[in-house]
Design a binder for this molecule. Sequence first.
Ligand code: FES
Length: 89
Amino acid sequence: MPSITIDGKKIKLNKDEPRNILQVALDNGIYIPNLCYHRKLLRYGACRLCLVEIKGVNRLAASCATVATDKMVVTTGSPRLLALRRTVM
Ligand code: FES
């Protein structure tokens, strides 16, 4: 079964129901700050508060606009991200 690791927590993914990283995290008790995301609305991706680090990817990714995929390793609260969120706010 496909899975994603968020902050060291391995989470199974349902391949028949693709979800973004933010929704997977929230559904599994991992909070990622967000402002412009709502699961019932189209993705807007403007506030940048939900940025995360993905292992093997050089740039930060908006977790609300990035589909969770198998073997993805995500960090949500590194010092770099916390500093960036303060700047965004
Ligand atoms: S929640 Fe605003 S960009 Fe993701």
